[in-house]
Design a protein around this ligand. Structure first.
Ligand code: C2O
Ligand code: CU
Ligand code: CU
Length: 575
């Protein structure tokens, strides 16, 4: 008897040891910290991280950490203030993907933050509750900066979402999943190429995570350079999509597969009730993707080598454990009541084109894909959108390849994809829409509708582009300005005339305007050697500028007037 207990114990130990050895092939999924506002301090830096479990650390870029960045929690209606300090050796930008905000705060290619500079955008959050993200957007450098790992998620909360019985315990039953893949070379370094050989979730290789046996919410971002992921579970269970990019759907949409393209987000609910002690994998079923959807190709060599191409692979191993207190155990039947834009209200239809710029079939060289027959030109605006316009954008693609098309400033409603109404999971607010490749000689046509109801600004355009960073960097991007009424009766000399006081100043620098109605479009503070230390879009000057962080010395203050856009420079001394 005693002997058999001993051998039973030995057998159990063996099983335990095997399990341990097995689970060591996984790494525990890293969950980014959250930051709550209204002020958010983000410091971007070059750093390194032990991404591969053995050998050298990987050179990375991170925000407040060593890969990726914190998850920002915004509440709809709040005025949020971001202090973005660029500690890289390179210029970069940070774009708030999906946020509706003034173009000068948008962080696109026009809002370049030089090294050592702090950029301080702020805006009032008007977006619906959903998952958004932030990432670099410097023209021709986006792929490289995203590859380093710079970026982060944004969670917007609002009253409608908060009133629903949805999982909301961050990292417990509400889990952020930033999906991407990287090519990791023999010295454990990232290579800047569109497709990786290794799947990463929140920067973790071969991740596993423990989830409770109840309804669990995943906020899934496709943060890849190029690859689309055909999401599904290893047991083919149904999961429920509750958001499109920019808000809740009217009701959860049950699916077993869902293709998420670069830049898109989807929040899903997965019911794990009664499954304690089991495990399941979230997978990419990419063997079913066509050759003309990113990740469906299977090139084995060359610059587009794609080791995970046209394959099914694991994204995340999930161990289902005990329930939490007050678990959510049911999938809600209704979520919200979206009032979509009426097609009949459109003021104009804009016709955009996507095409392949090379004439050689099958050989896609540099600048392979273009919008409106031209490469991106940072000084050319494709459109002047009159303030308050409701517009249909009709995108006709002759490209052989599918492209996830993204527009800044607005969330839109998809009207048709090749003549058909959008899938149920996309019949809400979107900011990325997949434009399928042509079929034979028949181009694809996608139509969406959006309203441009505020933030007119003649100087700073908004972007639209393919969200495959490689294509975007190669020039598959255009821009538009939203134009308001031109101001009349402005006295230019008066509007820009001001003095700074006290001078020398210590902690705060105040403005005395000759014309009290003067408002600032932009203020830059430049040090004695000509380096921009602060970039302040539309600063609120009533209570002065906080200059307590400046080193003592002489500075130039460059003031751009809101009405006239005239720039004036004044000197001041910081004590
Ligand atoms: Cu997510 Cu213009 O970008
Ligand atoms: Cu964007
Ligand atoms: Cu593209």
């Amino acid at each position: 008897m005693k002997k058999s207990i001993q051998s039973l114990l030995a057998a159990l130990l063996l099983v335990f040891a095997c399990n341990t050895a097995f689970s060591q092939t996984y790494n525990n999924l890293w969950i980014p910290d959250t930051l709550a506002g209204p002020t958010f301090n983000l410091a971007i830096k070059d750093t390194f991280k032990q991404i591969v479990s053995t050998g050298q650390q990987t050179i990375t870029g991170g925000i407040n950490g060593n890969f990726w960045g914190p998850t920002l929690i915004f509440n709809k209606g709040d005025e949020v203030h971001l202090n973005v300090k660029n500690n890289l050796n390179d210029s970069t930008t940070i774009h708030w993907h999906g946020m509706h905000l003034p173009a000068v705060m948008d962080g696109g290619p026009h809002q370049v933050i030089p090294p050592g500079t702090t950029w301080q955008p702020y805006w009032t959050v008007t977006n619906n509750a959903a998952t958004y993200w932030y990432h670099p957007h410097l023209h021709e450098m986006t792929e490289e900066h995203i590859t380093k790992g710079i970026g982060g998620l944004i969670i917007v909360r609002d009253n409608i979402e908060s009133a629903l019985a949805l999982p909301r315990k961050y990292g417990v039953d509400d889990i952020p999943l930033a999906l991407t893949d990287r090519d990791i070379n023999n010295s454990n370094q990232f290579v800047t190429v569109p497709y990786g050989d290794s799947m990463l979730v929140n920067g973790t290789l071969r991740p596993q995570y423990n989830i409770p046996a109840q309804v669990v919410r995943f906020r899934v971002l496709n943060g890849a350079i190029e690859r689309s992921y055909n999401l599904g579970f290893s047991d083919n269970r149904t999961f429920y999509i509750i958001t499109s990019d920019g808000g809740l759907l009217n009701a959860p949409v049950g699916v077993t597969r869902y293709v998420l393209h670069a830049g898109e987000r989807v929040e899903i609910l997965v019911d794990c009730s009664g499954q304690q002690g089991t495990s399941v994998d979230l997978k990419a079923f990419n063997s079913t993707l066509s050759n003309f959807v990113a990740g469906g190709e299977s090139f084995v060599g060359g610059p587009f080598a794609n080791y995970l191409g046209h394959l099914d692979f694991r994204i995340l191993h999930l161990n289902i454990g005990a329930q939490t207190a007050n678990p959510i155990t049911a999938i809600p039947s209704a979520l919200t009541n979206n009032v979509l834009i009426n097609e009949a209200d459109a003021d104009i239809t804009r016709h955009l084109t996507i095409s392949d710029s090379t004439g050689v079939p099958g050989i896609l060289g540099p600048n392979a894909f273009i919008i409106n027959h031209h490469l991106f030109n940072i000084n050319y605006n494709d459109y002047h959108v009159p303030l308050n316009n409701t517009e249909i954008w009709e995108i006709t693609s002759n490209s052989i390849f599918g492209h996830p098309f993204h527009i800044h400033d607005v969330e839109f409603n998809i009207l048709t994809v090749n003549g058909a109404a959008p899938a149920a999971a996309q019949a809400g607010w979107k900011d990325v829409v997949f434009i399928p490749g042509r079929t034979g000689n028949t181009p694809s046509v996608v139509r969406f509708i959006a309203k441009f109801e505020d933030y007119a600004d003649s100087l700073h355009p908004f972007m639209f582009h393919c969200h495959i960073s490689l294509h975007e960097d190669e020039g598959m991007m255009g821009q538009f300005v939203v134009t308001g009424s031109t101001p009349t009766g402005v006295n230019e000399v008066q509007a820009k005339d001001f003095t700074l006081y006290p001078n020398p100043a210590n902690n705060r620098l105040y403005f005395n305007f000759a014309d009290a109605s003067t408002t600032a479009y932009y203020v830059k503070i430049i040090n004695a050697v000509g380096k921009t230390v602060y970039m302040l879009p539309r600063p609120q000057l009533q209570s002065g500028l906080d200059i307590s962080d400046l080193a003592p010395g002489m500075y130039m203050l460059q003031f751009t007037d809101e009405k006239t856009k005239v720039t004036t420079t004044k000197k001041f001394i910081k004590e």
